[in-house]
Design a protein around this ligand. Structure first.
Ligand code: C5P
Length: 222
């Protein structure tokens, strides 16, 4: 582990999409690349944190010095996050699928000539961020969520912070080429205000966020 202001701290980071199985060969997914979440895990480790990165299926390499737990579904991600607690901070950067199929077919679903397509019944997935942010003995002292918005980015992020019960929201406008792209333009919504950060490479957004987390966990050094 690196030396730095987060030495002795444990941070849990979620990253990537989740895959929600339909049958043994099909799943519901989304376009999250895991770039931002993995960069945050790397930046936290570079500041000395012990990092548990709970990642959905991504093509990103494991960040150096980070303990990576690979999962597929939202329910697996929640279980892995809870198993990793306690933590000093939790950063939920994963694009968790809102819905899973109500039932996973145990055999590959067959296409039958002349029959209507099968219905896809959906069930609501657990909200990992809201679960982590709920009051309780294992609530990390700092819980950070993300908000991907295409309109009223800051207003929606402020509302999301309240609804989820988390401490900070990193809000990004995903109407352009942010998802999967190299850069991110974010607003950091905290309990005391909103900061508009310039458009930066995702690695630089990660470094700035990690530095802010270090300051929040070590207020005496600010
Ligand atoms: O509700 P929405 O998906 O817009 O919230 C986004 C934030 O909530 C992100 O931080 C994401 O990681 C987290 N989230 C979660 N579990 C879910 C849905 C979202 O942790 N099931």
């Amino acid at each position: 582990l690196a030396d730095g202001p987060l030495k002795g701290r444990h941070v849990v980071v979620t990253s990537g999409p989740t895959h929600e199985p339909i049958d043994p060969v099909r799943y519901i997914a989304n376009r999250s690349s895991g770039k931002q979440g993995h960069a945050i895990a790397a930046a936290l480790a570079a500041l000395g944190a012990r990092v548990t990165l709970v990642s959905g299926p991504v093509a990103q390499p494991d960040p150096p010095g980070v303990h990576v737990v690979r999962v597929e579904s939202a329910r697996d991600m929640l279980a892995a996050v809870q198993a990793a607690l306690p933590a000093d901070a939790a950063i939920c950067a994963a694009a968790v699928a809102d819905w899973r199929t109500a039932r996973e077919a145990s055999q590959k679903m067959k296409k039958v000539q002349g029959e209507a397509p099968p219905p896809l019944d959906l069930a609501l997935n657990p909200d990992i961020l809201a679960t982590l942010a709920a009051r309780g003995p294992h609530r990390p002292p700092l819980v950070v969520g993300f908000a991907a918005e295409t309109e009223k980015v800051v207003d929606n992020a402020i509302a999301k912070r309240a609804k989820k019960g988390c401490d900070w929201i990193v809000a990004n406008d995903v109407s352009g080429d942010v998802m999967g792209g190299p850069d991110n333009a974010v607003h950091l919504v905290t309990g005391t205000g909103v900061e508009d950060w310039p458009r930066l490479p995702k690695a630089e957004v990660a470094r700035r966020l990690a530095a802010r987390i270090a300051t929040a966990l070590n207020p005496e050094s600010a």
